[in-house]
Structures are given as structure tokens and as C-alpha cells.
Write a protein that binds this ligand. Sequence first.
Ligand code: HEC
Length: 106
Amino acid sequence: MTLASTSCRWVLAACLSGLSLTTLAAQPQEISPGQRYYEKICSKCHEAGIGPVLKGRGLAPETVVAFARIGVNAMPAFRVTDIDDATLYDLGVFLSKSQPLAAPKQ
Ligand code: HEC
């Protein structure tokens, strides 16, 4: 084995272990794609008094999916090009398990 190939392996090993450490460290704060979409889009109405509160109501994921795909009155319908099926279902699961919002301060 040449010296060059040995040091290449060390560099590779260092990079790989560095990568896996980064991945592990990132996990605790990770939010799911559905939750991210909710926070970015849905909460702008549903936590702003424009739409009804959705958190902590034990809504079934299928209910959330149906409302989002069809739309209702002032709420626009979300197409597959807006949010794909897997992400929308994930969003529904996130809402079904969510805690109620804290009561607004008086
Ligand atoms: C532009 C504001 C707006 C956005 C963005 C929005 N909604 Fe709504 N949503 C509403 C309004 C307003 C209603 C109530 C419509 C009515 O009953 O007249 C509603 C109703 C709902 C309902 C029915 C709740 C109930 O108690 O009747 C669900 C479920 C829902 N939205 C899910 C979502 C999801 C999921 C998203 C994000 C993908 C989303 N909404 C984004 C405005 C919005």
C-alpha cells in the first residue's frame, strides 16, 4: 500500500464520521415536512384568527387532507403541485396529535 492511498483513507474516514455526527446532532430539532408546511402556510390563517384553530382538536388526518384538497369558503384548495400527498397526510397526522394552542393573553 502506498502512503498516498493510506492518507486518502484517513481523509475519507474523517469526512464520513464528521457527516454522521452532524446528522445525529441535527435530529432533535428536526420537524417533519408536513409540520414545516403547516407553520409556513396554514398557520398564517389558522393561528391568526382568519381560519378556525386546528391544533389540539383531534382532527383525523383524512379530514385535514379533504379540507385542504377541496377548500372551503375563504380557504383556497391546495393542489398536488402546492403540497404532495405524502406531505399533506403527514401534516394531517401532525395536527391530529398536536396540543391546543395556549390561550391568548388578555
Ligand atoms: C387564506 C387563509 C387560509 C389558509 C392559508 C388555510 N386555511 Fe384552512 N381555513 C380557512 C378558513 C377561513 C376556514 C373556515 C372556512 C369556513 O368554514 O367558512 C378554513 C377551514 C379549514 C378546515 C376546517 C376546520 C373547521 O373547523 O371547519 C381545515 C381542516 C383546514 N382549514 C385546513 C387547512 C390546512 C391543512 C391548511 C394548509 C395546507 C389551510 N387550512 C390553510 C383559511 C385558510
